[in-house]
Structures are given as structure tokens and as C-alpha cells.
Design a binder for this molecule. Structure first.
Ligand code: KIV
Ligand code: ZN
Length: 496
């Protein structure tokens, strides 16, 4: 009999803390429902005291999702716990996740406290949360750098106070896999009431060891893992869900299973990447564009003879299905709908019409439409109704001439046109937009990437735009990189 491991997804809390990755409530509900379909056991939906938006997201996700436990984060502070309990009022099964720093760094320099006081505050918070919900998870922040004897005392005290899950975060991503595994083993062997709670891992990737540490924790007795899609999260990110799920599937000898429906992984990876405007690195394990691409002659020959010569996972297992139907400008709605369904998107008629319209425009410019193109088209159709839209753009540029751009924008139904010169076509186009919108905005960062391959490929642009003390992120996709740049700039402006 395999041991069951609980998968706790924190894409919508720890993942969403990344600057520029913020989602609105509608987008969060969409991700939460897809996570439910993926089979995660717990969804950390937000940190309700941190903002009205986070509070609202926890409320709406609680209403929209039935199977997974909905979890809300708090500090070990009564007000935080009151607000979290209120946000969880519609959850079929709600969990409060409370905790405090336990390393000497956090005790001394962050909390200006002492070890005994920390234990008291931890116990008080757990008891207070228990007034609202049966299921209380405690996190010992920076447990990775907390001395094991003291950590064991904290954990024993919070379990006595009623904690049902104890989370051992390697908050700074400092641990080596062996160290982290020994920490979990130490708690298993030295906390006398440890059988009353589930031990959870929560590893950050600062040294690239988040997944290795998580697996080491599981081998040593943890039965919950805290993970995010694509490994998104603070700094270098969190442990990625897809890596842990596929490691356990590929190494059956570990005797541990999850409820993850792995064939939905790819779709979720692309959904999160699109909504958060966070590209997946091409060589990312499991979900990177190159994860199943074989380029050298020897490898290609080996794979053709037998896939298992060079692939330990069948791409179909994570939802990468090669299609026999090639989508082109002559494809109809039915073919598009079928392909989207294969990729995990069941859109209503209006959305299909909207995607189909954009699909035809793109198919006119490209020979064939790839799955990656479709992920972007669907992502685009999902974006909120924009106030500022690009009607048209014309740019003249070349060697030994000054680039000039003419632009027309539609702002809430009114048309505005401007012309500007620049030191390049993008500069001219952005200057023309600025002439129309008349706002003090500064372009801080500008990144262009090709999505797939070929000179007819679509270019993807990310921009960071400063407006007062706010930093806005914009995103644009087009076969014309100047248009993609203007779309990205307008996307950021729409967020002002
Ligand atoms: O990394 C961390 O310590 C956390 C806690 C708040 C669980 O995210
Ligand atoms: Zn974290």
C-alpha cells in the first residue's frame, strides 16, 4: 500500500507575492478551479489581512471550489486570525495557517523577542485559531535555520495547543537536502506528540535545492508538500508542483502517491504563466518548452528507435499531446474548439468566438498555429475588458532615416491619433502613445522574446512601467514586435 502525500498549492499566496505576478479575483478563481481539477488537496488562497483584494479572493475561491481545503495565511496575531476566519466563512472545509519566526535571526532582529516568548505567542495563536476552525496549520518561519532542539519544543507546544499540520519552512532556501531531511527525521523522533499532526515541507529555491529538499523531507516522514505551479514564488521561487508530482510518479519505489492528475499539468503551467505574465524558462524540468525536445542527432535517432532511450516520462503523461490536425487560416471553429478542449480549455461560445477572431488574424500572418500560440490567444481573451485599445499603428523605420510612428488609440470609445519620431521604431511608437495619454510614466524594463521558432513567429514583450510610486507590468504578443511592444505598454497603462 502506498502512503498518501497531501499536495498544498500556494501559487495564489506565496507565488502571487512576486512583483508583477498579481492576479485579480476572477483570474484567481480560474486558477483555483483548475487546481481543483488537477487534484490538489489544499489551496492556499491568500493572506486576507494583507489587502481587501486578498480578502475577497479567499471569499470567492471558497465559494467557487468544493473539494480542496481552502487555507488562509495569518501572522500569530489575533486580528489577522479574525479576518482570516471571516474570509473563510463560505469554505466547505477551511484551514487557518498561522505562525511566527523561530530562527535566532527572526527572534532577535525581526521580532525583537526571546525564545520563550515566541513559544507562548505561537501557542496563543494556535489556540485562538482553534476557536474558529478545527484545522489549524502552524508554520515555524525560517525553520531551515532554526536549531533542531528548539524547533522540536515549539512544534510539541503547538501540537498540544491543537495544530493539525506543522509546517517546517526553509524560508531562505538555505538547507542542503540531507540537512532538511535530518530536520524532519529529528522532529519525527523527538517530538512526543508528532503522531497527532502532519508534517509539511515548504522549501524555497534560493540555492536551486527546493525540490531536492522537499523530496528529502518526504523520504524522512513529511506527508504534506507546499508547492507552486512552475515553481513561482518569492525571489528564486518555491518548490514546483510538477517536479514533485512527477518525481513521485517516476520513482514508485518511494511508495508515495498523490491525487495529482498529471495530464493536466501542462495546461495549468501555461495558464499560470499567461495570467501572471511570467515566462517558463525553456529548460524548466517537466514544463519547459525544451523538456521533451531532442536536438542532437544521436538523441533523435535513439528516441525514434525507442522513446525510453532518452525520455523517462512520456510527454502525454503531463498533457503534452502532439496533434495530427494542423491549425491554419483555413481551420474552422470546430477544429479550434477541439484543439482547445485537448489542451484543457472548455470555453463558452462567446469566448470561442473571441479567440477564433484573434486566431484568424494570427493565422493570416503565420503558416500554422502552435499550441503555445493558442495558450497565448486564450490568455489574451481572458484579460479584462481594456479601457485603452490600440486601433492602428504605422511605423516607418530603416537605415539612415529617422523612425516615425503614427498611432490611433481608442480610449473608452473615443479616438485619438498622434505622430512621433524616435531613435528606433519602438521608441517612436511609445512616444506617440505618451503624447495621447499625457501621463507621467517611465519605461523601466523592456524584454522581447520569441515564443516558438521561425521568422514568422510571434514575439512576446514584457514591460515594467513606473507611474508615481507604482510599478505596473504590461504584456503584449504579436508577430510584429513593434505592435507587441505598444500592446505591452498599453496593457500597463490600463492598470493605472
Ligand atoms: O517561506 C515561508 O516561510 C512562508 C511562510 C509564511 C509559510 O511562506
Ligand atoms: Zn514561503
Amino acid at each position: 500500500m502506498e502512503d498518501r502525500l497531501f499536495v498544498f498549492d500556494t501559487t495564489l499566496r506565496d507565488g502571487e507575492q512576486v512583483p508583477g505576478c498579481q492576479l485579480n479575483t476572477v483570474e484567481k478563481i480560474e486558477v483555483a478551479q483548475a487546481l481543483e481539477g488537477l487534484g490538489v488537496d489544499i489551496i492556499e488562497a491568500g493572506f486576507p489581512i494583507s489587502s481587501p483584494g486578498d480578502f475577497n479572493s479567499v471569499v470567492e475561491i471558497s465559494k467557487a471550489v468544493s473539494n480542496p481545503i481552502i487555507c488562509a495565511l495569518t501572522r500569530a496575531v489575533e486580528k489577522d486570525i479574525d479576518v482570516a476566519a471571516d474570509a473563510l466563512k463560505y469554505a466547505k472545509r477551511g484551514r487557518i495557517h498561522t505562525g511566527i519566526g523561530t530562527s535566532s535571526y527572526h527572534i532577535k532582529y525581526k521580532l525583537n523577542s526571546n525564545p520563550e516568548d515566541i513559544i507562548e505567542r505561537a501557542v496563543r495563536a494556535v489556540k485562538y485559531a482553534k476557536k474558529y476552525v478545527e484545522d489549524v496549520e502552524f508554520y515555524a518561519e525560517d525553520a531551515g535555520r532554526t536549531e533542531n532542539e528548539y524547533l522540536a519544543r515549539v512544534i510539541e507546544a503547538v501540537i498540544t495547543a491543537g495544530a493539525t499540520v506543522v509546517n517546517i519552512p526553509d524560508t531562505t532556501g538555505y538547507c542542503l537536502p540531507q540537512m532538511y531531511g535530518e530536520k524532519i527525521k529529528f522532529l519525527k523522533e523527538n517530538v512526543k506528540n508528532i503522531d497527532k499532526a502532519i508534517i509539511s515541507t515548504h522549501c524555497h529555491n534560493d540555492l536551486g535545492m527546493a525540490t531536492a529538499n522537499t523530496i528529502s523531507g518526504v523520504i524522512n516522514g513529511a506527508r504534506q508538500v507546499e508547492v507552486t505551479i512552475n515553481g513561482v514564488g518569492e525571489r528564486a521561487g518555491n518548490t514546483s508542483l510538477e517536479e514533485v508530482a512527477m518525481i513521485l510518479k517516476s520513482h514508485k519505489s518511494l511508495g508515495i502517491s498523490t491525487a495529482i492528475q498529471s495530464e493536466r499539468i501542462y495546461m495549468l503551467s501555461r495558464m499560470v504563466s499567461n495570467l501572471m505574465n511570467m515566462p517558463v524558462q525553456p529548460n524548466k524540468a517537466i514544463v519547459g518548452r525544451n523538456a521533451f525536445a531532442h536536438s542532437s542527432g544521436i538523441h533523435q535517432d535513439g528516441v525514434l528507435k525507442n522513446r525510453e532511450n532518452y525520455e523517462i516520462i512520456d510527454p502525454k503523461e503531463v498533457g503534452i499531446n502532439e496533434s495530427s490536425i494542423v491549425l491554419t487560416a483555413r481551420s474552422g471553429r470546430a477544429a479550434l474548439k477541439h484543439r482547445l478542449h485537448m489542451l484543457g480549455f472548455d470555453l463558452d461560445k462567446n469566448k470561442i468566438d473571441q479567440v477564433y477572431e484573434e486566431f484568424l488574424k494570427l493565422a493570416d500572418k503565420k503558416k500554422s498555429i502552435s499550441d503555445d500560440d493558442l495558450f497565448f490567444l486564450v490568455g489574451d481573451a481572458r484579460r479584462e475588458e481594456r479601457k485603452i485599445k490600440l486601433d492602428y499603428i504605422q511605423v516607418i523605420s530603416g537605415k539612415s532615416i529617422t523612425p516615425v510612428a503614427v498611432i490611433q488609440l481608442d480610449i473608452s470609445g473615443e479616438k485619438f491619433e498622434a505622430t512621433a519620431k524616435g531613435n528606433g521604431p519602438v521608441d517612436a511608437a511609445i512616444k506617440a502613445v505618451k503624447k495621447i495619454i499625457k501621463r507621467e510614466v517611465i519605461l523601466e524594463e523592456f524584454l522581447i522574446q520569441a515564443i516558438t521558432k521561425g521568422s514568422d513567429d510571434v514575439g512576446k514583450v514584457h514591460m515594467q512601467v513606473a507611474h508615481g510610486d507604482r510599478m505596473l507590468h504590461g504584456f503584449g504578443v504579436n508577430t510584429d514586435i513593434v505592435t507587441a511592444s505598444v500592446e505591452a505598454f498599453i496593457d500597463a497603462l490600463n492598470k493605472i
